[in-house]
Design a binder for this molecule. Structure first.
Ligand SMILES: C[S@@+](CC[C@H](N)C(=O)[O-])C[C@H]1O[C@@H](n2cnc3c(N)ncnc32)[C@H](O)[C@@H]1O
Length: 193
């Protein structure tokens, strides 16, 4: 299902048109933060969303998991002195994050589900990292005609994404078709019991 993300496409992640279609504030809103949470950004890429999430948790921390060294380097370059203490990068393509079970109040994947390496391994790691009551937040390109983003045949529709959530044993809190909450993206918030 997943097409690997090519590191030569890193700059596409920073395209203003992409960020206009899915503003950082929309991702932060989905996370329902109070400011002291621990958040895992799984497949953080170059960090265009990671930094905004870290800025939203002045008393929390963000663990950015990224498989590709070039992208992790671009993320590292965005870490300001103010964010250093609360934004940590884990470079791994093995779906092994060196953190204890239940460390995360939130795990977020932005445009990652359709690119996920070893989907079963990655989703098992997400479930392990989430604490009971923690939220898994997914925003991904939807299967709706749109002017930007990957071809529709390369992404998951909402029903397929919800099947993934159900297979993880999570309970859906909210789900949105593309063109409803977000113009081009589906969105899911799901809770671990
Ligand atoms: C389309 S990019 C999105 C990056 C970022 N979330 C954003 O929205 O800007 C998908 C990213 O997921 C990463 N990725 C996919 N599967 C992964 C895995 N199992 N572990 C770590 N990173 C992964 C890819 O390397 C790539 O950087």
């Amino acid at each position: 299902m997943a097409d690997a993300f090519h590191p030569e496409h890193a700059e596409r992640l920073e395209d203003p048109a992409r960020l206009a279609a899915l503003p950082q504030a929309a991702v932060v809103d989905l996370l329902r933060l109070h400011g002291d949470e621990t958040i895992v950004d799984y497949g953080a890429g170059t960090g265009v969303y990671t930094v905004a999430v870290a800025e939203a948790v002045p008393d929390g921390r963000v663990i950015a998991v990224e498989a590709l060294a070039r992208l992790a380097e671009m993320l590292r370059a965005k870490i300001t002195p103010e964010l250093t203490a609360r934004l940590q990068i884990v470079e791994t393509d093995a779906n092994t994050v060196p953190e204890s079970d239940g460390v995360a109040d939130r795990v977020v994947m932005v445009d990652v589900l359709h690119h996920l390496y070893d989907q079963p391994g990655a989703l098992a790691e997400v479930t392990r990292l989430l604490r009971p009551g923690g939220l898994f937040v997914v925003a991904d390109w939807g299967d709706k005609e749109r002017p930007i983003g990957p071809p529709i045949g390369h992404v998951l529709g909402l029903a397929a994404a919800l099947d993934v959530i159900a297979a993880m044993g999570l309970a859906v809190v909210e789900s949105h078709e593309p063109g409803t909450l977000l113009p081009n993206h589906l969105a899911i918030v799901a809770a671990k019991s």
